[in-house]
Design a protein around this ligand. Structure first.
Ligand SMILES: Cc1cc2nc3c(=O)[nH]c(=O)nc-3n(C[C@H](O)[C@H](O)[C@H](O)COP(=O)(O)OP(=O)(O)OC[C@H]3O[C@@H](n4cnc5c(N)ncnc54)[C@H](O)[C@@H]3O)c2cc1C
Length: 416
């Protein structure tokens, strides 16, 4: 087993890191100032995107480009360390056209869109000219079980008519968000996993209303996590993505890569939190000792190092498996990282915040923002418990196949 990155990936790591140091990190303050002043997208975003694209640091996430699309062709394993670097700054992924939920949506369109749908939506997304949203979750039903969703997609002549209410729809407040991929039911009487379909709804279609941008732990995200109503929204039948009844399967296909990208970025956020914690612990003294010299703080540093490295190795294994055998066959490992990594992300940020004292909860470090996002990730793309249940189910199925195999390891009762 070789843990080293190839020279090609080492070169990309160096280039993405330099880009972050030169163009992104120095603009953190300006980004916050402009967003607070209501300017979004921020004034320098398009220039930075053009620069990243010119440097070949564009669409790094999409491994299976067919040829003419802009981007660098990398495997998931090769992309992982780059996503990690981008994850250090919340708005950085957009600069490289590698941000959620667009990456998952582009993967979905790449796999299932018809040629006209690709032309209309995938091409401008790959160019970074528009943004997109994925609308599945509903306020009125437990949406971690996607079979519960109730939004209706009803055929009417040459059109479909959509009615329903969604919420927490990321990106929907982005001024460049031009397309919603909406999941609903085309046939509520079909077999449970064949009732759902996905349909493309252009933003601005009559009947689409953004009700509010929901704050996350009282934190406003300018791209939005929105509540949206769809009232008699009419789109041509050709806007259906895949075939009628395939929505559930499409959702499964989308969530594989989407989940792993979140985890890769989370590792970057945790790594930054540990770096901050280490620096702060070496700068400040209480009771005659530097903070790291107090046993508890030293232990937090060590624990964080262990947890991050464990999480990273598991993420890399999941990425390697997706490359080798596909997301479906890697579903256990994808669930494992989705259940683990956001917890490591928040645990490490939490320790770092504590080491910073009151400053840790202020906006003067990135820790509070990173903690908030890590906490939210414990729901996004499925809550921890659903992934744990899925892992247990797969392990139990394996145990059933091997039933009796452990008998030889039992010690027979000893008798005198
Ligand atoms: C910041 C943020 C961004 C999001 N972005 C999007 C987006 O862009 N598009 C979108 O469609 N959705 C999005 N979501 C929604 C997210 O996918 C859902 O919140 C998630 O799927 C859970 O659904 P729910 O909120 O309806 O919880 P419910 O389904 O009501 O579940 C509630 C709780 O029940 C428990 N639970 C559920 N099932 C089990 C089980 N099997 N075993 C044990 N306990 C269980 C869990 O603790 C769970 O948290 C986002 C959420 C957040 C917080």
């Amino acid at each position: 087993m070789n843990f080293a990155y190839s020279p090609k990936v080492e070169d990309l790591i160096r280039r993405v890191s330099s880009f972050m140091d030169e163009h992104i990190v120095p603009r953190q303050r300006q980004w916050h100032e402009e967003v607070h002043a209501g300017r979004y997208p921020v004034s320098f975003m398009e220039d930075l995107k053009a620069l990243a694209r010119a440097e070949g640091l564009w669409n790094l996430f999409l491994p299976h480009l067919s040829g003419d699309e802009p981007g660098t062709r990398l495997t998931n394993l090769e992309y992982a360390p780059l996503a990690e670097i981008m994850g250090r700054v919340s708005w950085a992924p957009e600069v490289f056209n590698c941000n959620a939920p667009d990456t998952g949506n582009m993967e979905l369109l790449h796999m299932f869109a018809t040629p006209p749908q690709r032309e209309q939506w995938l091409v401008p997304l790959l160019e970074g000219k528009i943004r997109s949203a994925f609308a599945m979750t509903e306020p009125d039903v437990p949406s971690s079980d996607a079979t519960n969703i109730t939004t209706s997609i009803r055929r009417d002549g040459g059109d479909y008519v959509i009615n329903g209410r969604k919420w927490f729809i990321t990106n929907a407040a982005h001024p460049n968000c031009k397309i919603f991929i909406v999941m609903g039911k085309t046939d509520p009487d079909a077999e449970t996993h064949r009732q759902q379909s996905m349909i493309l709804v252009p933003a601005g279609t009559p009947g689409v209303k953004i009700v509010r941008n929901i704050t996350v732990m009282n934190h406003v995200s300018p791209e939005g996590h929105c509540e949206i109503t769809f009232t008699n929204v009419r789109v041509p039948a050709s806007n259906l993505l895949g075939e009628e009844g395939s929505g559930f399967a499409l959702a499964q296909a989308r969530l594989g890569p989407g989940r792993i990208h979140h985890c890769m970025r989370s590792i970057g956020a945790a790594e930054l939190a540990l770096e901050l914690m280490i620096e702060r612990a070496q700068e400040r003294k209480t009771f005659g000792k530097y903070l790291h010299q107090h046993g508890t703080v030293g232990e937090w540093i060590a624990k964080s190092r262990i947890e991050i490295d464990q999480a990273r190795l598991l993420v890399l294994k999941a990425a390697w498996l997706i490359d080798e055998v596909g997301a479906k066959a890697a579903r256990k490992e994808i669930s494992m990282i989705k259940a683990l990594v956001p917890q490591v992300h928040t645990a490490v940020c939490d320790r770092a915040m504590q080491v910073f004292g009151a400053m840790g909860v202020s906006p003067d470090t990135p820790l509070a923002d990173h903690w908030t996002w890590g906490r939210a990730l414990r729901y996004a793309d499925g809550p921890d418990e659903v992934h744990l249940q899925a892992i247990a189910k797969m392990e139990l199925a394996r145990g059933k196949e091997r039933l009796g195999a452990t008998a030889a390891y039992l010690t027979p009762p000893l008798r005198d």
